[in-house]
Design a protein around this ligand. Structure first.
Ligand code: ADP
Ligand code: GLC
Length: 468
């Protein structure tokens, strides 16, 4: 099959979070199953663009309402990612440093989607499926099904994967003229709560809808930032497919970012060396259990509670635990996490910012990874932690529920029910107790490192879904 993935992110080209990891891996694994899976994403003004070579495969023009933009589609020349990568270069709109966060994101992503469809529309053949990821690509299923200009594409099956229903990309009806012409009586397909809502439009128009874990599919029928009833009514065409991880990027025995590579057999000495290095850099004591949080500092992740949770645990443990945070997001949370450094030097540290290399080093060097998420459609951090022999402490929600089993239930992680200071504090206490049992910790570490969360299974599940 020929599969076109449309996404705003794709690792290592551009990554803000797990969406990038997924789109950077799934196509590679689909190709290994004998398919032709490609990624078509925006070209940003970033390192990947500067350091790689491209050829122009399409050179044209795209209208957005009254404005026009020149468009070039560039193909990465070497296929080194394991799939064909096409970058949609739209000077003046897309060629900026960051993926999101600009006042004209609506215009940026609509233009990108129109440019992609204009390009595919003039191919001699047709792809077998267009797979859209999140709201930035959510108008595609509507446009292929309804815009006069894309009539030729209307028989191409479309799939929407919802990575996070919290973000929907809504905008006002004043921007309706951005879209190529369609019969106006179909406008209802774009609408949700009096606005044009790209995620809702995709849920309505895509041939199939998937979520990134089975539990999240259940949860969005009652918690989806206003889309609950729509998701419940489209449940018949929906499926929950648990994300995988790229075992080649996340491989402790070959990871070039680690100070010392290790495998299951050498996990004790390997983790010890990585922890010692991390503790030296961040002024922590390597004999104490090291707890970490890696991620976006936003409410969904429970990040607003972290300062209080950490303060309580550090104060009550009398210097017997270490905590290291890597993240960025809400400035208030960032500031409070920074402040804690003054109160618990030698036991606590934080790195505010995005640092891919450091994230690998922390997964390798930490003992426990905290994920007290309020919402977690899948979560990849817990799977990276498992693969790196770090015990996850997670709230039982979404993909966390589908991937982590509590030690009390014969499993290997620590689970709690609520995103609350009390629940997380209690879980940290349980972890501290577990850490005292050196033999058990070593056994669990070896066990979790061999759990298989690779993309092989999910890549096939998506193929089965396309075939339906
Ligand atoms: P989400 O996509 O909701 O942020 P995921 O768990 O799916 O959550 O994926 C997060 C990804 O982003 C992981 O690869 C994680 O290691 C990475 N990540 C998050 N924050 C940072 C950071 N500050 N520095 C480096 N990597 C980060
Ligand atoms: C989103 C979700 C996260 C998921 C990721 C990849 O960012 O918040 O839970 O793991 O997408 O699917």
């Amino acid at each position: 099959m020929e599969i076109i993935h449309l996404s705003a992110e794709c690792y290592p080209v551009a990554k803000v979070g797990g969406l990038g990891d997924v789109v950077g891996a799934l196509p590679k694994y689909q190709n290994r199953l004998g398919h032709f899976s490609k990624v078509v994403m925006p070209a940003y003004h970033n390192k990947f663009m500067q350091e790689n070579e491209f050829e122009v495969v399409y050179d044209s023009w795209c209208n957005l309402g009254q404005k026009g933009y020149s468009v070039r589609i560039l193909r990465e020349k070497t296929n080194k990612l394991g799939f064909d990568l096409f970058l949609v270069h739209i000077p003046g709109l897309m060629d900026r440093e960051n993926v999101y966060g600009y006042g004209d994101d609506t215009e940026r992503f609509i233009t990108y989607q129109i440019a992609v469809l204009d390009w595919i529309n003039q191919w001699e053949h047709q792809p077998d499926v267009i797979h859209c990821h999140d709201h930035h690509t959510g108008l595609v299923p509507f446009m292929t099904a309804n815009c006069e200009r894309y009539k030729r594409l209307s028989t191409i099956p479309t799939v929407l994967t919802i990575h996070n229903a919290q973000y929907q990309g809504q905008f006002g009806w004043d921007k309706l003229d951005y879209l190529p012409a369609f019969d106006l009586w179909k406008s209802g397909l774009l609408e949700w709560r009096h606005q044009i809502n790209p995620l809702a439009a995709a849920i309505k128009c895509a041939w199939k809808v998937t979520t990134v874990s089975p539990s999240y599919l259940d949860e969005i029928s009652y918690q989806a930032n206003g889309l609950e009833s729509l998701l419940a009514s489209e449940r018949g065409k929906s499926a929950g497919i648990l994300n995988g991880i790229d075992n080649e990027v996340w491989d402790t025995s070959k990871d070039p970012m680690l100070v010392k590579p290790y495998n299951i057999r050498t996990s004790d000495s390997g983790k010890k060396a990585n922890k010692a290095d991390l503790c030296a850099v961040f002024n922590l004591d390597p004999t104490k259990p090291l707890f970490t949080f890696i991620g976006r500092l936003v409410g969904e992740k429970g990040a607003d509670l972290l300062p209080e949770i950490f303060h309580n645990s550090l104060a009550h443990s009398h210097g017997n635990i270490n905590i290291l945070v890597l993240g960025s997001g809400d400035p208030v949370v960032e500031a409070r996490l920074e402040q804690l450094k003054n109160w618990f030097p030698g036991n606590y540290n934080v790195y505010i910012g995005y640092n891919e290399k450091l994230s690998h080093q922390i997964y390798a060097g930490a003992d426990f990874l905290l994920m007290p998420s309020r919402v977690e459609p899948c979560g990849l951090n817990q799977m990276y932690a498992l693969r790196y022999g770090t015990i996850p402490i997670v709230r039982r929600i979404g993909g966390l529920k589908d991937t982590v089993v509590d030690i009390g239930d014969g499993g290997f992680g620590i689970c709690h029910d609520q995103t609350s200071v009390g629940d997380v504090g209690h879980a940290i206490g349980r972890a501290y107790g577990l850490f005292q049992d050196v033999k058990r910790i070593k056994e669990i570490r070896k066990y979790i490192m061999q759990l298989d969360h690779s993309w092989d299974r999910a890549a096939q599940q998506y193929i089965d879904l396309y075939q339906m």
